[in-house]
Design a protein around this ligand. Structure first.
Ligand SMILES: Cc1cc2nc3c(=O)[nH]c(=O)nc-3n(C[C@H](O)[C@H](O)[C@H](O)COP(=O)(O)O)c2cc1C
Ligand code: SF4
Length: 135
């Protein structure tokens, strides 16, 4: 099963001046947990899109967390490929861990802290246990 990763930015790409940090923190707090997106939420949409695309391969993204969900998605032909974003932010060596049978689910809480962080030019990483204001 092919899996695609979104690109990661480096610390050098990041610029968050000190005077923006308090504002960042306030806005950031509001965003946490606002949108769950913690289940494969694009399956229904994919089923409809497929009706119009005939045999065009589809990449399905959004909320994939367990191997079972991924296998079901591809097995049921909802999409031909899986794309994941936050799972790789949380667990960079996710694929190795799946392959070695060490885990069958990624421990990403879909809290969106990482998304909020990059929107404010903080480095891309998992911030589930911290606010990205300690840089
Ligand atoms: C840090 C981060 C950056 C993202 N940047 C983009 C983006 O530039 N364009 C876009 O269409 N989606 C972007 N997304 C959304 C992801 O592509 C994806 O649709 C979303 O995170 C749901 O998938 P997931 O549950 O695997 O994270 C981003 C997500 C994250 C977490
Ligand atoms: S901050 Fe960590 S737990 Fe929260 S959505 Fe991003 S990767 Fe998942």
């Amino acid at each position: 099963m092919p899996i695609i990763i979104v690109s990661r930015n480096s610390d050098e790409d990041c610029f968050n001046p000190f005077f923006l940090k308090p504002i960042t923190k306030l806005i950031f707090k509001k965003q946490i947990g606002m949108v769950g997106f913690d289940k494969p939420y694009n399956i229904d949409a994919t089923k409809i899109i497929k009706l119009y695309l005939n045999n065009v391969p589809l990449i399905i993204v959004g909320g994939m967390r367990s191997l079972k969900e991924m296998e079901e998605t591809v097995g049921n032909n909802y999409g031909q490929m899986i794309l994941m974003s936050r799972p790789f932010v949380r667990e960079l060596i996710l694929l190795e861990k799946f392959k070695e049978g060490k885990i069958d689910r990624v421990n990403c809480e879909s809290c969106n802290r990482c998304l909020a962080a990059v929107a404010f030019h903080f480095p891309l990483k998992c911030y589930v246990n911290s606010f990205p204001t300690k840089k």
